[in-house]
Design a protein around this ligand. Structure first.
Ligand code: G6P
Length: 607
């Protein structure tokens, strides 16, 4: 949600700022803007809509200067117009912001009462004015920021440029991520290491409450008490190439096809092949004492949590609560001392999930984080860091991160079962063997891409689509519906197969395709009965199953998608592929913007 970047350099920055925004466009794409300092003036260019519009504006009206800040926006306060686009500026100061200033209303009133003119409806503009007022009263940039930061409540990552100080930028973070990048005679600020990947790999991650003054020579970092601190500089693994589309039409398509590789990559850090055992990262916590697990996540990561509940309960016989993060804290959950709280997040920065993590931390839980960005806030605040190794995920609709989350969670569930004496050595070896079958099975699932593309023409005209699944296939039904909604804008609902008769069956007619996810196995017969209830009412079925399932129940379906025959443990990973591809190809038929669907953002860093 919103990406920010700043450069203090020794050569023109406008193009590089825009290139940085391109790498962060997945964070939001409602509007974009840059502000440089040139010849003693703040030079601001802004445009609503996609970044391409800003590129046009800047090509017609270039912004010179060796220092500047830039922003790509996901709107929270105020419509996505040019006036509301960042940077916000006064005569003296320009500022970009990611996050929400919760107390902006009283601050805005104070500024208006003070006779200042604010032009936007945003919460961010008040910060530009607060800092500017200090500067106008004679404060240095450092003192202005020192005075203003304690007055801000909410979450922010800021980058601020000062007209009369063309040699420095100030960045600050609380609740939203911000990194400092170190180059040769140049220094950078960015929302993440990926944004800075072509500029530098040398990155320092600011801690909560930190602020930093950056110049060509480096950065001076202060903590929330304004005490100068050292933040270690690490070499980021983010490569410029890892955010290219390659030969694929969309990032989402590329990421779907990467799944066999990234799942194998992820499994290789959780499985020891020498003796077919589970090998968790080293940590000093005794999991055998865990008596209850709480899993919290949002969006697709939440559906991974729902699948994992089946595994934890089945393998380790530990009761599991699963919550969406935005609801979790507000239901006053009962958290027994020493319970394990797991947070699942691709970005590791989702505000609701992070807030839930902190709530669990102060309530005595062991904090586990299954995250794809190993330097993210959740990764850094967890007791047990369980990284997925999916690589950067750019498409707004999550795909490969989901598969890798499932791989890690299956390994963790088996590990917990071993620790609790609920899984024998032989059973552990079997689990490892099944997990190792996943990459090949994912490849086999991807082989059906062409068939699924052809089938998308049947789904694209629909106004509503229903997804049904039972057991661990129920969360997949929810995930399938979410994917379709997100990128094709077709209304879709996921339902537990057996629950359909309690309501959604009223929707069934020949215009509502029903996607049934049903691998052959113990639950198959029951799901087929539910499917027949749909058929009896004229409903059109797309059955996703293996050869055995299709042989038994494929007749009379509008279409079928054949999956390889796989062990139930890895079925959720494998069956995610056809639901992803069906949503992807349907969106392509409809001509929507697959990688940047309307109103969404990849990383939601506001509550
Ligand atoms: C946004 C994204 C989803 C993602 C969700 C949770 O809504 O569009 O694709 O599943 O956030 O994100 P996280 O980074 O916490 O997994």
């Amino acid at each position: 949600m919103c990406g920010i970047i700043g450069i203090v350099g020794d050569e023109p920055v406008a193009d590089r700022l825009i290139d940085g925004l391109k790498r962060m466009e997945y964070r939001g794409y409602d509007s974009a803007g840059i502000c440089t300092i040139s010849n003693g003036r703040l030079v601001r260019r802004r445009a609503e809509g996609k970044l391409a519009n800003l590129v046009d504006v800047v090509s017609q009206d270039p912004a010179g200067g060796n220092i500047g800040i830039a922003h790509t926006r996901w709107a929270t306060h105020g419509a996505p117009t040019t006036t509301n686009a960042h940077p916000h500026a006064t005569e003296h100061v320009a500022l970009v912001h990611n996050g929400i200033i919760e107390n902006f209303k009283p601050l805005r009133k104070e500024l208006l009462d003070d006779g200042r003119r604010l032009e936007s409806e945003t919460d961010s503009e008040v910060v530009a004015h607060l800092v500017s007022r200090e500067i106008e009263n004679g404060a240095s940039p450092q003192d202005a920021v020192k005075t203003v930061l304690p007055r801000l409540r909410g979450a922010f990552a800021l980058a601020i440029a000062f007209r009369d100080h063309p040699d420095l930028l100030i960045g600050a973070r609380l609740g939203s991520p911000l990194v400092v990048g170190y180059g040769e005679g140049e220094t950078f600020l960015g929302s993440d290491a990926l944004a800075l990947a072509p500029l530098t790999q040398e990155i320092a991650y600011l801690e909560e409450g930190d602020w930093a003054v950056i110049t060509c020579d480096g950065a001076t970092i202060y903590d929330s008490e304004h005490v100068e601190v050292d933040r270690s500089i690490s070499t980021s693994g983010a490569s410029a190439a890892s955010v290219e589309k390659g030969n694929y039409r969309h990032y989402m398509q590329k990421e779907i096809f990467e799944q066999p590789t990234v799942v194998a990559q992820t499994l290789s850090s959780y499985l020891r092949l020498s003796d077919n055992s589970i090998a968790m990262p080293q940590f000093d916590i005794d999991l055998s004492a865990v008596g209850r697990i709480t899993i919290v996540a949002c969006g697709t990561s939440f559906y991974a949590a729902m699948v994992a509940k089946y595994w934890f309960e089945q393998f380790a016989r530990v009761p599991v609560d699963v919550d969406v993060a935005s609801e979790f804290r507000y239901r006053e959950p009962v958290l027994e001392e020493g319970g394990l709280a797991l947070f699942i997040s691709q970005s590791g920065e989702t505000a609701d999930t992070l807030a839930a993590l902190r709530h669990c931390k102060v309530n005595g839980q062991i904090i586990g984080a299954v995250v794809n960005v190993p330097t993210s806030s959740m990764a850094r605040e967890a007791d047990l860091l369980l990284p997925t190794h999916a690589g950067p995920e750019i498409g707004v609709a999550s795909t490969k991160a989901f598969a890798c989350q499932l791989a890690v969670l299956a390994a963790l569930a088996a590990h917990l079962a071993v620790k609790k004496g609920r899984m024998s050595r032989e059973e552990e070896q079997e689990v490892v063997a099944h997990l190792l079958e996943a990459p090949a099975a994912l490849n086999a699932a991807l082989d059906h891409d062409d068939d699924i593309a052809a089938m998308a023409h049947l789904i694209a005209p629909a106004r509503d689509v229903l997804y049904l699944g039972r057991g661990p296939d129920f969360p997949l039904a929810l995930e399938g519906a979410l994917k379709l909604k997100e990128i094709s804008y077709i209304h879709a609902e996921g339902y537990a197969s057996g629950e359909m008769k309690h309501g959604p069956i009223a929707l069934i007619d020949e215009h509502v395709p029903v996607i049934v996810i049903a691998p052959s196995g113990p639950l198959f017969e029951k799901t087929v009965s539910n499917m027949q209830e749909v058929q009896a009412r004229g409903g059109k079925i797309v059955l996703i199953s293996d050869a055995e399932g299709l042989e038994e129940a494929g007749d009379g379906c509008m279409a079928t998608i054949e999956m390889p025959k796989v062990h139930p443990l890895i079925a959720p990973l494998v069956y995610a592929v056809p639901v992803q591809l069906l949503a992807y190809h349907t969106a392509c038929v409809k001509g929507t913007d697959v990688d940047q669907p309307r109103n969404l953002a990849k990383s939601v860093t506001v509550e």
